[in-house]
Write a new protein. Structure first.
Length: 150
């Protein structure tokens, strides 16, 4: 006698539905975070600042990070950290590294700059604010070089 199985068992259907539910919940949570440009930009700026500090330590050079507009910041290597104010010379060499804020977010102020010296210390303590109109996030750089995002 030949048996032909043309369907799925209830257990197989339940397992498939559970897997689909898990994948859908992960996708929804991932999409939800995309709707928070200030938070995402704050996370990215904190990582960028940590990377520039590590570059200053690794290369024994002075790295200056400053905004070029409300949505872009540049990192440049200088012979020493500037004293007082700093204005990036755009006709000089192109920037060594560029940070772009996520769509929908912007720097609240663009008159800041920070310099990491050869030992990884920052030239000053600084709080950079990023907003998306609904939420404002802060990236704090201490004079010791530590970077915190809140």
């Amino acid at each position: 006698m030949i048996r032909v199985n043309n369907g799925f068992t209830v257990l197989e259907l339940l397992v498939a539905m559970a897997c689909a539910a898990i994948l859908i919940s992960i996708a929804v949570l991932s999409l939800h975070s995309l709707k928070q440009p200030a938070r995402n930009s704050g996370d990215m700026l904190a990582a960028f600042m940590r990377g520039m500090r590590m570059r200053a330590l690794a290369t024994s050079k002075f790295i200056v990070v400053s905004p070029d507009s409300e949505t872009v910041a540049y990192a440049d290597t200088l012979p020493a950290c500037p004293v007082g104010s700093f204005t990036r010379n755009s006709s000089h060499n192109p920037p060594e590294d560029t940070f772009r804020i996520a769509n929908g977010a912007y720097f609240l102020e663009t008159n800041w700059w920070i310099c990491f010296n050869r030992n990884g210390f920052a030239s000053q303590s600084l709080i950079v604010q990023i907003s998306d109109g609904n939420e404002t996030r802060n990236v704090q750089i201490s004079s010791g070089g530590a970077v915190r995002h809140y």
